[in-house]
Design a protein around this ligand. Structure first.
Ligand code: SF4
Ligand code: SF4
Ligand code: SF4
Length: 388
């Protein structure tokens, strides 16, 4: 439990005391690039000087926690954790960012933190999909069933990712465990400062996972991945199950010659790939998605100009403070992808949601960018012959 760090402890634990005000963070920050009033250096300075106003300012909630600055900071400041801990303190002072979608998503997450409620979230499965209730390999679906309904109007179908994952597992002869009462992993509550409800969600999920006997938990969402792997351990102690992203699982099978693609299902396309912040900079998974793309017949791959450690965030994080800066970052990203390929491959359901949102401009004033965006899991299932 570390939900109540003092300012002094936050500065110590994140090494913010090393900050020498060089502003390398500001120079790399995607928000600062489109909004010159936003300065991560200045936030650090205010905290180090003991200015409490930082808790009342919107900048605290505007940071994407994308970790681009962590990569560049010469003093080793863990800036993303710095922001996360400051937000936890701010929440205790009654402060909060502006929730996107009227706070509906936060409400759903908090509702799921009630242990006395139960869900049946497996109704999207079709009869021929084989799953188990106990076993060694568990597929952690995440909030895809909720997102499927909430974001229907912007043309995303996040459950396609879950259906594709099941097809791939079954193709490999695996009947993965699915939990009918799985809860939100708690990522967005944690990163917006609501540690109390994050911990409630984490405890329920840990108990549910233990009951299944799972030894390996596989996710298709980098945020679930980061949360289960790093944050559950940090807040609730080491867990006795391993957690990986599906791209790691599949690239390992490809390497061992246990997963092969048939040219009969070749996907003929010029493609590029968006490194999600959580999968890439937070967890260091860069090669595995590329290895899968490389093996899928018919895919001609080109890197985005901003890639791997230098990838730019999709512009929105934990459903707070999504505004003009987010839109500008997203439009720039879409333009970059459009000039690189016909199909942008994502490996994070939320990257796809945020980027497609930017393409559906309901005011009619924004630029029209027509680009195909699809998740790597869906493309992998298609390349194995499943029409999803
Ligand atoms: S890059 Fe690091 S040392 Fe430089 S201003 Fe930012 S936090 Fe401080
Ligand atoms: S984490 Fe990302 S958005 Fe936040 S200050 Fe650093 S570079 Fe900017
Ligand atoms: S970019 Fe994402 S957070 Fe912002 S309005 Fe669109 S879907 Fe919501």
């Amino acid at each position: 439990m570390n939900d109540n760090l003092s300012i002094k402890e936050i500065i110590e634990e994140t090494k913010a005391y090393n900050c020498m005000q060089c502003a390398k963070c500001t120079s790399i920050c995607p928000i600062s690039r489109v909004d010159e009033r936003f300065s991560p250096r200045l936030i650090a300075e205010k905290v180090l000087l003991g200015f409490d106003e930082v808790f009342k300012e919107k900048e605290l909630w505007t940071c994407l926690t994308c970790a681009a600055c962590n990569e560049k900071c010469p003093s080793g400041v863990d800036y993303t954790r710095f922001i996360r801990e400051l937000r936890a303190r701010a929440q205790k002072m009654g402060e909060m960012g502006t929730c996107a979608h009227g706070g509906a998503i936060q409400s759903i997450m908090r509702t799921m933190s009630n242990p006395n409620l139960s869900q049946n979230r497996l109704q999207w499965l079709s009869k021929d999909m084989k799953i188990a209730s106990k076993g060694k390999i568990l597929y952690f679906v995440g909030c895809l069933p909720y997102f499927d309904i909430i974001f229907e109007d912007i043309g995303v179908n996040p459950l396609k990712i879950a259906r594709s994952a099941i097809r791939i597992f079954n193709h490999l002869g695996i009947e993965p465990v699915l939990m009918k009462d799985e809860r939100c992993c708690g990522h967005d509550l944690l990163w917006s400062g609501d540690v109390e409800n994050f911990e409630k969600l984490a405890k329920i999920n840990i108990e549910l996972i233990k009951e299944t006997g799972a030894e390996l938990v596989i996710t298709t969402c980098p945020e679930c991945y980061r949360t289960l792997k790093l944050d559950y351990s940090e807040y609730l102690g080491e867990q006795d199950f391993e957690i990986i992203h599906l791209s790691e699982f599949l690239s390992d099978l490809i390497e061992k010659g246990e997963l092969e693609f048939d040219k009969a299902y070749q996907l003929d396309s010029n493609v590029t790939y968006q490194d999600p912040c959580r999968l890439g900079r937070h967890l260091g998974v860069y090669d595995q998605p590329r290895k899968i793309i490389d093996k899928i017949p018919g895919m001609r791959f080109s890197e985005l100009e901003s890639n791997r450690e230098g990838s730019v965030c999709c512009g929105s994080s934990c459903w707070i403070n999504c505004g003009q800066s987010s839109k500008e970052i997203q439009i720039e990203k879409l333009r970059e992808a459009k000039s690189t390929a016909d199909l942008l491959i994502t490996a994070c359901p939320k990257c796809q949601i945020h980027l497609k949102c930017a393409m559906v401009d309901k005011t009619g004033k924004g630029p029209k960018i027509d680009l195909e965006i699809e998740d790597l899991t869906v493309l992998t299932a298609r390349a194995l012959g499943y029409l999803i």
